[in-house]
Design a protein around this ligand. Sequence first.
Ligand code: SF4
Ligand code: SF4
Length: 464
Amino acid sequence: MTPPEPNLLKSLDYAVLQQCMHCGMCLPTCPTYDATRRERHSPRGRVALMRDIADGTLPMSRAFGEEMYFCLGCLACQTACPAGVDYVELFETARTEVERQKMLDAPRRRFYRWLALRQLFMRPRLLHAAGRLLWLYQASGLERLARAIGLTRLLPRHLRDLEPKSPRIRPPFSMARITEIERPQADPRRRVGMLTGCMQDLMLSDVNRATVDVLLANGCEVHTPRWQPCCGSLHAHNGDLEAARELARRNIDAFDLNAMDAIVTNAGGCGSHLRRYGRLLADDPAYAERARAWDAKVRDVHEWLVEIDFRPPTAAPWETLSAGASRSHGCRPCAESAACEAVRVTYDDSCHLCHGQKVVSQPRQVLGAIPGVELVPLPEADWCCGSAGIYGITQPEQSAALLTRKLDHLATTGAAVLATANPGCQLQLAQGVAGRQDLAAIKLVHPVQLLAAAYAQERIANKT
Ligand code: SF4
Ligand code: SF4
């Protein structure tokens, strides 16, 4: 009889598990501990549970699996921890072990995991086709009709709850907006690869277009391979490391890495995972070295702009942004903005941009360099908005409570524009502000959209 495979938590470097010194510095930063005040819902408590399971003093259980899925994976604890506990490594390994031992297995869950993780997010063409179908349903009026005549009430309970949360699909997708190689007007000073993302591509390809425009305006030649695979963050965060590794290999293969100065991403959640390919593929002899080289080249777009000393624009973005917004951005132009000297803009950190990648000052530097922007702080900007991948689906109550907390803070800023740099956060916040009368006029943008609009306005001003 073959012995059972060792628990994956045991395969971790034990020093990593032992790093936690129980100081509790992470407790005040943890949204789930803050909500319940229970030790098991804290980073320290979760690390202790993982260590007990690795030691074999605690059996793997359904309760542990539920605990790991109650964690947002926001990584605020990682920023706070003075001992340098690599929480993301522990968290991903623990969820993978939960899945491997089928602790939360159920037919419906198995089906949705197969559909999302092994089909849609492994096959870009299939994801695009599904996106187009959903868009047709949304744009043709069928969705409104189904709701008006109560057809959605016939859906099973879990689908009925999910239906209003379905993402708004906005073609054209990146492939139709961005050509494979785009060159700046003058000789390029740098060459970069551009990642278009999955949900970013389906919901916010205008952010991808704005990113390319900003890179071109700063002397970068931009390479955007067609049919890019998902970065695999969804898989890694949901206990499917095998699929995450396969996607990492495909992404590395998609780019001529040696020819690029940087691989640029504009999505905080993707970026945090993309720069960990080296660790993910450390045991793969064919990819380990390339994966390490990949990690060294991945840059969040704000980080890259600051690194190359981006050119501050000379015009305010508001007219261009408002005109564009009414056509394709799907957010409402602010009636006052064109006439305003400066518009109040506030910035919400994506957890994985600030805690996962430590990119905190750069988005604020980008926003602060744009004429006509009065950057006002958002209280608790680095506190999770409740989006956290699929947390809104798996933990709807906790997700909604975090969203309300975020929106209450937003209301104190008096901002007309909210900037954030991750599609999940943007989707969550868009649903939140749309549901609140006091916030419904707020525009949601990615910081690079403001910068791209300012460059566009500058070009218009220079022509006249
Ligand atoms: S990842 Fe976030 S929710 Fe999970 S333990 Fe750390 S701070 Fe708490
Ligand atoms: S801050 Fe770090 S070392 Fe301290 S209790 Fe939290 S995880 Fe452990």
